[in-house]
Design a protein around this ligand. Structure first.
Ligand code: ZN
Length: 299
């Protein structure tokens, strides 16, 4: 799932291509994509893009007349940039946003269509799409630890809960916990001040390093291969590979269709976490699916 650094990479690539440009046509071919009826698609057509922003893991195109296009890519949704009027690819294509100089294609390489498009009018309606998590790169330590301690969860769950922190998913939470040398299953209520400080520092470091790295790697090119699995990652997607810090093999916990990767030597004092007691422990703490997690809203 595209997370904060990936979404920022998309925004970086989209700004020179669509900012101040008029949306000439919006072609939607997937019946599951558009989740709103009002405002109508016709209302956003012919409007100029005035701003681009990230809302959690969502990408927002702000148009004239306070109209907003909100896109959540979920797991397999991706953008591609093509020549104007480009055909929407048969099996993967969801929609096309046609601009004068090019077409922004929205695709989803999965049988299950989870990506979502919402149209809304006004800043207040847009706010309803904000799950409420704090921005990890904008907050000081006091707000960070308060947010984490507000609810008692395992730290892996807390990092990926959109009501607590904005823009972090399965991949970067693995990287953050590896950097912080913390077990993914430590309960936030039991974390010491020192552990929270390490987590805060690691969160900022990992997200800002990846943000800069991805933009540097792509330059002005449109990112065609946005993936949660990157060779420079330390733990995520590295099951069985050597930990870059200590050389011991990276471990995994598989639960609720997701895999968490960690280094036992660096993060859990050598303890392996994959056992039955673990499933019982997690059952009460982890939403059963990514959709469920992403749908959480601050009440
Ligand atoms: Zn290690």
């Amino acid at each position: 799932m595209p997370e904060l650094p990936d979404v920022e990479l998309y925004l970086h690539a989209l700004r020179p291509r669509v900012l101040d440009k008029t949306l000439q046509r919006l072609r939607i071919v997937s019946p599951f994509l558009l989740r709103t009826v009002e405002p109508a698609v016709d209302e956003v057509v012919g409007k100029r893009v005035r701003e681009l922003r990230r809302l959690g893991k969502r990408i927002v195109l702000g148009l004239e007349d306070e109209l907003y296009i909100v896109i959540h890519l979920m797991i397999a949704g991706r953008f591609r940039w093509k020549s104007p009027g480009h055909k929407i690819p048969g099996r993967l294509g969801l929609a096309a946003f046609d601009f004068e100089d090019g077409t922004l294609l929205l695709t989803e390489a999965s049988k299950k269509k989870r990506a979502a498009l919402h149209l809304c009018r006004g800043e207040r309606a847009l706010r309803e799409h904000d799950p409420g998590g704090i921005e990890p790169l904008e907050i000081d330590f006091a707000s960070f630890s308060a947010a984490l301690r507000e609810r008692n969860h395992t730290v892996k769950r807390a990092l990926t809960d959109p009501r607590i922190l904005s823009g972090i998913g399965n991949a970067y939470s693995d990287e953050i916990l590896h950097r912080a040398r913390l077990s993914p299953l430590i309960w936030t209520s039991r974390m010491t001040e020192e552990q929270l400080e390490r987590l805060h520092a690691a969160t900022r470091e990992v997200l800002s390093e990846w943000w800069a790295r991805l933009i540097e790697q792509h330059g002005e090119a449109f990112p065609e291969k946005v993936t949660a699995f990157r060779p420079e990652m330390a733990a995520h997607g590295k099951y069985g590979k050597p930990c870059p810090t200590c050389g011991d093999p990276i471990q995994r916990i598989v639960f609720a269709q997701r895999e968490t990767n960690y280094c036992a030597t660096c993060q859990t004092g050598g303890k392996l976490l994959a056992d039955r007691a673990l499933s019982r422990l997690l059952k009460g703490d982890w939403p059963r699916s990514v959709e469920e997690l992403e749908a959480l809203r601050r009440s």
